[in-house]
Write a protein that binds this ligand. Sequence first.
Ligand code: HSE
Length: 429
Amino acid sequence: MEKDPLKIGIIGLGTVGLGVIDFLTKNIETITLRAGREIRISGICAKRKNKKRKIDLSKLKWISDPLALSNDDETDVIVELIGGEDGTAKSIIEKALLNNKHVVTANKALIAHHGHYLALLAEEQQVSLSFEAAVAGGIPIVKILRESLSGNEVSRVYGVINGTCNYILTQMENDQQDYSKIFKQAQDLGFVEKDPSLDVGGIDSAHKISILASLAFGSRINFDNVLIKGIENISLLDIKNANAMGYRIKLLGLANKSKAGISQEVEPCLVPRESLFGKLDGGTNMVMVEGNFVEQTHYIGPGAGAGPTASSIISDLIDIARGNISTTFGQKASQLKISHHVTEEFISSFYLRFLLTDKPGTLAQLAGILGKYTISINRMRQLHHQDENAPVLIVTHPTKKTLLKSAIDEISKLEICKSEPVYIKIEDL
Ligand code: HSE
């Protein structure tokens, strides 16, 4: 006997929402075959009905109250695409789960903040809460961690997971232009989120790395413990210096698990130009996963955009249509461990840039403070003078970030130090 269609309600008709409708329309045959039944839109909802849109929506049922869809008996799945960590999106999802409806969302902020609570609710109601589209757009990294690598002890998951930042850093280098100019260019192209700090302040990457850490380590999601540094202070000078030393600057999200606990960070890093990360240009994302049996694996693809994001949403819908209802984070939510979070325990080399007075004894003072914190210098170079002052570049041997920060704090207070010192971690990936 033919199975009933899976009826979905789509809330939010921006780029991604329209992308889902377009995808469902154009690939209907493939989707129906793979899902084993039709996936049919039971209702659509957005803020403004009369907005001019690229797709004809006249044949679809318009619902003006988003919560009404969550209560609608004719809808099996709510596809939430309005975004925001609280407010309407959260109410819609809670209501849908309580009404035994599956939920598919691209909302990384909401999952990062409320993922554990919502996962408990979904499991209690025996429905699916799926969010493949929330991390790295078209790369199926949620499924990879939840299913394909699920038997491994994962020690590390890291990547370039914000396309906007990667675009900005790439263009600064290509055009040899300052951050502010390229940021404006990215904004004009519509790449930057409405609140730019989500992208350039590293918060979007932090949402995503906290989700990946939970999936990878079987730990309870903990966004609050992600150390976040964005790309707003990356200068063209540092990009040029990094290039001259064979590196490029990338915004990385990094999650590590060791005996001491879990660390989560988002920060701009120097990566070798010839590494996979070093070759990653524009809006492309890449995620690396290190598991104890699989070893190192990597995944590259488009991190945003209508098609790639819709592709992830459709795959979640096909899973639900097939009856594949997975646990939200790859194991029972009640069994996700509250992990001990460690900060800055891992050691790495650093790129340092100082502007120093050009007087006898200056370097001795600098080296003295680095030495006091057991930081050893690997490479050092003094560049052309800027007026009376000399820019000095240093690459350290591996050290703890806590020690490095203390040394930098002390150096920045010295008379010889003429501008805020710059320090950027080097990840020899
Ligand atoms: N602002 C995000 C990015 C969109 O630039 O990657 C996709 O999550």
